[in-house]
Write a protein that binds this ligand. Structure first.
Ligand SMILES: O=c1ccn([C@@H]2O[C@H](COP(=O)(O)O)[C@@H](O)[C@H]2O)c(=O)[nH]1
Length: 236
């Protein structure tokens, strides 16, 4: 099955003005914007609403708590009408199922419901990082384990690195939406990311969405940087 890989620009900043400027200037050059912990904690939900106006919103708050608290937190976020939103898969099946129920209740029409994504293993972690937290599995094994759990509990999709796309497709088929951070155009700094691929490699592996932050926002010309990534996706 051929899938177009779409670009999400991660607007990670504590400045509302900066985020708004990026959102305005990138409007025609990305498929969605991501607002996450830094922006939401620093600027608040009203700022999320206004900066995301006219964009598809990936609201990446990675909720992780007991099922009741996560479901209630998610319910409080539904007025923002994100296209995609995240919880942690390691919160377990009940947490994921309760989150799905909340979204179904708030958005009774299937095609208006935000897609519920479960974060598997953060792209900043490698096998050594997993061992440090007591997980004696490779990132790929852990992603598959958590991915199966999350999808069977009701997640629409998963956040994973590009390295796990093929094994996830083999285990779960084409259904789950795969959202892939840890993307670095050739030659750019890896920063704190460990499991990385280029936009082209991620597209060829079958990512539905790639998430790119600093390679765009720290570039001398963020619009040019986003266009170069879009061109790379188009030619993959
Ligand atoms: O496993 C994950 C989950 C989420 N992210 C988020 O993606 C962007 C990546 O930003 P870069 O600047 O391109 O590294 C960032 O907002 C993370 O919160 C992730 O990197 N890995």
């Amino acid at each position: 099955m051929s899938r177009r890989t779409r670009l999400i620009a991660a607007l990670d900043t504590a400045s509302r003005t900066q985020a708004q400027n990026w959102a305005n200037s990138l409007k025609n050059d990305v498929d969605a914007i991501k607002l996450g912990l830094e922006f939401t904690y620093a600027c608040g939900l009203d700022a999320v609403r206004s900066v995301s106006e006219g964009h598809r919103l990936f609201l990446d708050l990675k909720l992780h708590d007991i099922p009741h608290t996560v479901a209630s937190g998610l319910a409080a976020l539904t007025p923002l009408r994100p296209a995609l939103t995240t919880i942690h898969a390691s919160g377990g099946a009940e947490m994921i199922a309760r989150s799905r129920e909340v979204l179904e209740k708030a958005f009774p029409e299937e095609n208006s419901r935000p897609q519920l994504l479960a974060v598997t293993v953060l792209t900043s972690m490698n096998a050594e990082g997993l061992r440090e937290i007591g997980v004696d599995a490779t990132p790929q094994e852990q992603v598959i384990r958590l991915g199966k759990l999350a999808v069977s509990a009701g997640a629409d999709g998963l956040v994973c690195s590009a390295h796990e796309i093929a094994p996830l497709r083999a285990a779960l088929g084409d259904g789950p939406v795969l959202v892939v951070p840890g993307i670095r155009p050739a030659g750019s700094a890896t920063d704190d990311q460990k499991r990385i691929m280029t936009p082209r490699q991620a597209a060829q592996a079958g990512a539905d969405w790639i998430v790119v932050g600093r390679p765009i926002t720290k570039a001398p010309d963020p619009v040019q940087a986003a266009r170069a990534i879009m061109d790379e996706l188009a030619s993959a």
